[in-house]
Design a protein around this ligand. Structure first.
Ligand code: NI
Length: 420
């Protein structure tokens, strides 16, 4: 890609046009702040688990249709795809939010509370959904001058990291009039104060895969361990050995987590057990480090199990790739962010080892993922998936404006490339 974004050097946008001004965009977003907050609260009161987001889906379909957007039917029970066709010819860009909640009992607070026992929007996907709806509203107001189309992806089932793949499997890219050239998304970030935007080049969120280890030994009487092959002692040795996947086998400058997360073996009875299963996950930013970790995990498990007289099987289960922001879109995203909040409110914190299936779309479409500050300034802000988790909803208009601005700059960059 050519350096077309140099046009926006120092956060300066090219010649101001009606409908494209940052201040005007923010003003319009602020004006709908109350409506966005009401939508977010409505979603917050009625959280739905992955692939069960039926009420959310129906609500979004209704509201997006009222905006005048076309709905694209993927044949999925949940999730919404909406299309805005601009008044001018051009390419297509996409914006994405996730819509599902988590299985967690929300702790009481003075804001809108979940009405569903044991389910809460504990990761702020209600915030993302309302923010993307706001972006759709802002872009609808610019429909006549929009050079191209914008696709709005309201993705189900992010929490189980399956929703993005499900949308692709249901023919998302084939059912759109044109494959989007760019994709933008964001996640709230309680550690950053509302009003800030994180723009990072390179890995933002980790990739993740899962493993299952099965050990087979020989059962027998608890009083005769020498006549048995005890899988519990072997399993303990395997867990210890796996600690070296990170400490001895991974480049210290790479980020990797290799964790055993469950172990099951034995009964309360006085037997030496002969079967142990353990599960765990590998999280990574570099695919090469991931592959190396898988190889060493298998070698260590088979070798240690054999040393203890056991046999072992290792199975890997696919997860999601790392969410990685490329340099060209990072430049564009920085311009979008700086234009809205100024240089001093655009930050680049260290990446996170949590995972996001936004990355699954990112394998198909050049994509950029923001973090948007959602912490109450000066307050203690509980992290994602904590029962006290909350978002500072004064940041909702900024979420809407940032996504809308990203789409506008994306379409403009594509038309500049096409015309040069
Ligand atoms: Ni999340």
């Amino acid at each position: 890609m050519k350096d077309d974004f140099s046009l926006y050097n120092n956060g300066q946008l090219p010649a101001r046009r009606k409908g494209w001004d940052d201040v005007e965009l923010l003003d319009q977003a602020q004006a709908m702040g109350g409506a966005l907050k009401a939508l977010k609260d409505e979603l917050h009161r009625h959280p739905e688990l992955s692939f069960q987001e039926r009420r959310t889906t129906a609500l979004l379909q209704e509201k997006l249709t009222q905006l005048g957007l076309e709905l694209v039917d993927l044949g999925m029970e949940t999730g919404v795809v909406a299309l805005l066709r601009g008044g001018k010819p051009g390419s297509t860009v996409a914006l994405r939010a996730d819509i599902d909640a988590i299985a967690q009992q929300e702790a009481a607070h003075d804001g809108a509370l979940s009405c569903v026992d044991g389910v809460m929007h504990g990761c702020g996907h209600d915030f993302h959904t309302a923010g993307l709806y706001g972006a759709a509203s802002l872009l609808c107001q610019r429909r006549d001058t929009l050079p191209g189309s914008v696709v709005f992806l309201f993705q189900p089932a992010e929490e189980v990291t399956q929703g993005a793949q499900a949308m692709l499997d249901h023919g998302l890219l084939e059912k759109l009039p044109e494959k989007p050239r760019y994709l933008f998304g964001l996640h709230n970030r309680p550690e950053l104060p509302a009003g800030t935007i994180a723009v990072m080049e390179g890995p933002v969120m980790a990739g993740k895969s899962h493993f299952t280890i099965t050990l087979h030994g020989k059962s027998g009487h608890g009083g005769s361990p020498h006549k048995c092959t005890d899988v519990i002692v072997a399993g303990a040795a395997v867990v210890n050995a796996l600690q070296t996947v990170v400490s001895r086998d991974t480049d210290p400058l790479d980020s990797l987590v290799c964790s055993v997360l469950s172990i099951h073996a034995g009964t309360p009875d006085n037997f030496v057990p002969d079967l142990l299963t353990m599960t765990g996950s590998i999280r990574f930013h570099q695919e090469s480090a991931h592959q190396r970790a898988r190889q060493r995990l298998k070698e260590l498990t088979l070798g240690v199990a054999a040393a203890y007289g056991c046999t072992a099987e290792v199975a890997f289960h696919p997860g999601v790739p790392a969410t990685v922001n490329g340099p060209e879109l990072t430049l564009l995203a920085r311009k979008a962010a700086v234009g809205l909040v100024g240089q001093d409110k655009v930050v680049s914190p260290r990446p996170d080892m949590g995972s996001e299936d936004f990355a699954v779309f990112g394998q198909q479409i050049p994509a950029f993922f923001y973090w948007l500050g959602s912490g109450v300034p000066g307050a203690e802000n509980p992290c994602w998936h904590n029962e006290h988790f909350r978002t500072d909803d004064s940041a909702l208009p900024l979420a809407a404006a940032l996504l809308a601005r990203s789409a506008l700059l994306g379409l403009e960059a594509i038309s500049l490339q096409n015309n040069s």
